[in-house]
Ligand binder design. Structure first.
Ligand SMILES: [Fe+2]
Length: 415
């Protein structure tokens, strides 16, 4: 596979990364011309004490204009309006978005309303509706996974109309991403594992899908190497700040990669399982990643083989025969999943049938697979997947992933 003759790559986010990166925020706000930021977060992040860590790091010189912690787990139009109202009432002039994907998306939606005026978020949905810079927005991720701190997209649910609205604009990319391990140190092991596998999927899909380019490749390979080295360290020693910071860097790099080169069938299938059964995104990514690599193998063998170097290191790469490298990559991802399952006392699922909800009930009954197939067919993410996916293919992959069995090579579409 060659790179496209034409591509675009943009990643204007100022990344500030370090053990005391939070302390740089007052300076960043000053550079951006803001002095009274609204902190947008959720109740879980607040209960974990992270808002206090942030405000402590801001020091006496900078007082937030307010703390809006009412972001729901699934960002909503109503929440965006409510937080925008808070922003205006408190006469804020910038946003500190402290949280995971939902907080980030909500903050991007709020920024549209408070910058453009009015209450009609829908007027800005779709691509290209924004025509000018918004107010300063600094993203402070509290998981190392989604990469939302680098992306130009916000997905916000309109509960009244039962639809997810997508907003796409370069003006939605945060001005800065602040990566500080104090924000992820207390993340529970199963969430650490699932979010890191989301980042690994961003990197691997960016490297192997159709819109790859030299810039996204560099970011993707760096992310794979960081995750391979530091995820096992964090699972063994969750308080290792340096390893936590490495994972945060990896997630941001992987975000830069996939937001410029898009992703493929792993995200397609994951969105479908998420929509039908309410399973967390990272859990789906971990399960489907080896299947995505396996399904595309006959088109992507050499590219998949290249991932062995950052994933397993030079010694393993050198002693593995070239023809065997792609299979070794897939096996290494499965091994990593099994290791994560062991480290989380079974909470990290390696197959769809192992996924449990908060009460310990199986969350993906086998009889729902046809519904998931239908949802996958409605999701457009597979457009950049190297191999086509039809209903029959999706059902075959889902069935194997439900059982936790490798794909039957005789049934994989051969180009
Ligand atoms: Fe993802």
């Amino acid at each position: 596979m060659t790179h496209p003759a034409f591509y675009e790559f943009g990643s204007p986010v100022r990344v500030v990364s370090g053990l005391t990166a939070l302390e740089r925020i007052p300076g960043l706000l000053e550079d951006l011309g803001a002095a009274r930021p609204l902190v947008i977060t959720d109740k879980g992040v607040r209960a974990a004490g992270l808002v206090d860590v942030l405000t402590g790091a801001l020091g006496n010189g900078l007082e937030p204009g307010g703390i809006a912690d009412e972001v729901p787990p699934d960002s909503s139009v109503a929440a965006v309006r409510e937080v925008a109202h808070r922003f205006r009432e408190a006469r804020c002039d910038g946003i500190l978005a402290l949280g995971g994907g939902s907080v980030l998306d909500t903050a991007k939606g709020v920024n549209i309303l408070v910058s453009e005026g009015g209450d009609d978020l829908m007027a800005y949905s779709g691509a290209g509706a924004l025509k000018r810079r918004l107010k300063p927005l600094i993203a402070i991720p509290t998981t190392a996974g989604t990469g939302s701190e680098t992306t130009l997209v916000a997905v916000i649910k309109d509960a009244a109309r039962q639809v997810k609205m997508t907003f796409v604009s370069h003006y939605l990319i945060p001005d800065a991403a602040v990566l500080d391990p104090r924000m992820t140190l207390t993340l529970p092991p199963h969430i650490t594992a699932a979010t890191a596998m989301d980042a690994l999927t961003h990197a691997m899909e960016a490297y192997t899908c159709l819109a790859k380019n030299p810039q996204s490749d560099a970011a993707a390979l760096a992310a794979v190497a960081l995750i391979a080295e530091h995820l096992p360290r964090v699972m063994a020693a969750p308080g290792d700040a340096h390893a936590r910071l490495a994972l945060a860097n990896a997630a941001t790099l992987a975000g830069m990669a996939f937001s410029n080169s898009m992703c493929g069938m792993v995200h397609n299938l994951g969105h479908a399982v998420g929509a039908v059964c309410g399973v967390p995104h990272g859990t789906c990514m971990a399960i489907f990643l080896p299947y995505g690599l396996e399904y595309n193998l006959h088109k992507n063998g050499p590219l998949t083989a290249e991932l062995l170097l950052p994933l397993a290191g030079p010694e393993v790469f050198a002693r593995t025969p070239a023809y065997h490298r792609p299979f070794r990559v897939i096996e290494a991802v499965r091994q990593l999943n099994r290791h994560l399952r062991e480290r989380t006392a079974g909470r990290h699922a390696c197959s769809l049938q192992e996924v449990r909800d908060a009460r310990g009930q199986a969350q993906i009954p086998r009889e729902r697979l046809p519904e998931i197939v239908a949802a996958a067919m409605r999701d457009g993410t597979a457009i950049y997947n190297p191999e086509d996916l039809d209903r029959e293919d999706v059902l075959m992959v889902l069935t194997q992933a439900w059982e936790g069995l490798p794909l039957d090579r005789t049934r994989v579409r051969q180009g």
